[in-house]
Structures are given as C-alpha cells and as structure tokens.
Design a protein around this ligand. Structure first.
Ligand code: ZN
Length: 354
C-alpha cells in the first residue's frame, strides 16, 4: 500500500457548534403545524458522516487529522472585510436569519471559522506534499458564500479561502469541481475574473433564487475579463441520475480540466444529488457517487500527480448522505462500493456508474 492509498481526513469538533434550530424544513416554523423539524443543515448529518468513516470498510485507510480555526488574514483572501465584520458582530445577538433559509446563532461564528480553517489545513496538507489526498469533513458548507454575501446555509467559502491560502504558498493553477446538487455560485463569483482557477459546477437546473443568489448557474455564465472560459456550469435536468452525471463528467468536466492543466483538483463534494435527498431531485445512487469519486481520483492522477482535495458541502438525508460519502471515498481509493445500499429500490436502469 502506498501513501496514495490513504486519505487524510480533517475534522474539528467546533463545526458542531452551529445550531440551525428547527422550523418548516429550512425556514421558520409554521403556526399551522404542531411539530417543527430540524433544519436540514444540522450537526447530526456530520455526526453520521464521521461515524460511517470511523466504522465502515474504509476506516483503516483513513488518517484523522485535527483541524483548526481560520485566521482573519486567511478569510480576507476571499472575503470583504466589512462582510466579515458583520458576521462577527452577529455572535451574541441571538438567532438571526441572514437569508430566509440561513440562520446564524451563538456558536455559529466559531463553527464557520473551524470549517474554513480545517479546509485550509486539508488543502495545505496536499499542496505542501504531506499527502496526496485529503478530505475536509466540515460544516457549515461554503460553496454558496460569495465574497460579501451569505447564501444557502453558507457564510464563508471554505474552498475559496483554502485555494487562496495555497496561492500564498505558490499554487498557480487549480480546478474546483462542484458536484453538490446546487450551483456553486459563491465559488464562481469569487473566481469569476480569474483565469487560473477553473470553477466547474454540475447541478440541478434551479436557476437564480433571489437576492442572495443572483447567479443563474446557466451555461452562459463562463467567466469575465481575463477569466472568460474559466467557469463551466453544467445544469442538469431534474432526475438526471447516475448515467447523466457520469456522462457530464466524462464529456465536459474531464476535457475542461485537461485544457486547464491544474496543479491541484478540489472537489466540492456534496451528497445532495442523491436519490433520497430532501434538497435535491437528481437520483444519484451510492454506485454513482462511487464512480464520481473514482473519476476524480483518476483525473487528479492524470493531470497533477494525484493531488486531490475533497471538501464536504451539502448532503441532507441524515443516514443516506453518510453512506453516499463512504461510497465516494471508496471510489477515490479505487475500490468498488462495498456497502450494500440499504434503501434503494429503484436502481438506475442505466446500471449506475462504472
Ligand atoms: Zn447543495
């Protein structure tokens, strides 16, 4: 076994301190209903993800590393100072809804800092040559966070900050592949005029969703200025399934990365494209996630010495997302999906991913 057959998993317990409360799914409680349900972006989902990695078949191939809080200097590499100040000022203000779906509460700020810093540490681990593959198990997620705007449960763009931090250490060209079911609008926005950071997003074709998310995720959003051509949106129709996701990866994502010639591949690895996610309608199976993980690893091997960093984004089915995460990392390790899918009863007729 070589070091390439191991994944360094970065985690910090402060990510659990972000308490999103209960309501009508992702919004405030309804007076017409008796029971409020947990907000979908909750600590429990990461508790289960951590557990399946510690207890599942790939446990012996994972090396756990304690994360850390991001510094203000690191956050400023991607975010505006006034925006960061406004977030910090909310700490101690009680529960505050920054958008209609995005609450911020006491404890949230330290979770946000832990998520960003732990992602910086994971990416630095690979860029500095300590290992080939790292995964940052973090929340709150980051890919909707724009330089001066929270959106879609996200406050700080964990990947954006981490990529910028690595540029301070000599990274020149990177590619971010976002297969979270939602458009990675924050990452797109931060690097929109940047020719060196290729941003690719595969997502449900949901369009813009209001003032916090004006980007459409459409194929016409290709970057601007010197960055024209360095943003690739791949909106996929509802119910796309394994075959469509893998076709998109093979026919659009992989060629774009080959043209870009990155020194590092970063994956915004949500599991909310799964067939049981309450936040997505894309019907990807565990087998499909396994195949996506396998492809990401192969592409990093082909293009940049195997340097691959995966960062947790969405994934809101509290049990199934954890299993899909395990399937993904098993694919990254070059192995087939060994966990039986416990709840799938409508297998993709195309046969999933191979
Ligand atoms: Zn998502």
């Amino acid at each position: 076994m070589t070091s390439q057959d191991r994944i360094a998993v970065f985690f910090h317990p402060a990510v659990h301190d972000h308490d999103t409360g209960r309501g009508f799914f992702e919004t405030r409680p309804s007076a017409l209903l008796e029971l409020a349900e947990p907000h979908p972006e909750n600590a429990a989902r990461l508790v289960n993800m951590k557990a399946v990695l510690e207890r599942g078949p790939i446990a012996e191939s994972l090396d756990w590393v304690e994360g850390r809080a991001a510094t203000r200097e690191e956050l400023l590499l991607f975010h505006d100072a006034a925006y960061l100040d406004s977030l910090a000022a909310l700490e101690g203000e009680g529960r505050h809804w920054i958008t209609g779906t995005t609450p911020f509460a006491p404890g949230s700020h330290q979770a946000v800092l832990a998520a960003a810093g732990t992602t910086v540490a994971a990416l630095d681990h690979v860029w500095s040559g300590h290992g080939k593959i790292a995964y940052a198990l973090v929340r709150p997620p980051g890919h909707h966070a724009q330089p001066a705007q929270a959106d879609g449960y996200c406050f700080v763009n964990n990947i954006g900050v981490a990529v910028e931090a690595a540029r301070q250490k000599g990274l020149r060209r990177a590619a971010v592949v976002d297969w979270d079911v939602h458009h990675g609008n924050g990452t797109q926005e931060g690097f929109y005029a940047d020719p060196d950071i290729l941003t690719v997003s595969l997502h449900m074709d949901h369009g813009a969703w209001g003032p916090s998310h004006p980007q459409t995720g459409g194929a016409e959003e290709i970057g601007e200025g010197a960055g024209t051509g360095a943003n690739l949106n791949i909106p996929l129709p509802m119910g796309a399934g394994d075959r469509r996701y893998l076709e998109a990866f093979d026919l659009q994502v992989a060629p774009a990365l080959r043209r870009h010639k990155p020194e590092l591949v970063v994956v915004a690895a949500g599991q909310d494209a799964s067939q049981f996610d309450p936040n997505g309608r894309q019907c990807v199976t565990m087998t499909g996630f396994n195949a996506l993980g396998r492809r990401a690893r192969a592409l990093a091997g082909e293009l940049c010495g195997g340097r691959l960093v995966l960062v947790q984004e969405g994934g809101y089915a509290p049990s199934y997302a954890a299993y899909c995460l395990h399937a993904t990392l098993e694919g990254v390790l070059g192995r087939a999906c060994s966990l039986k899918d416990p709840i799938a009863y409508l297998p993709d007729p195309a046969g999933g991913g191979r």
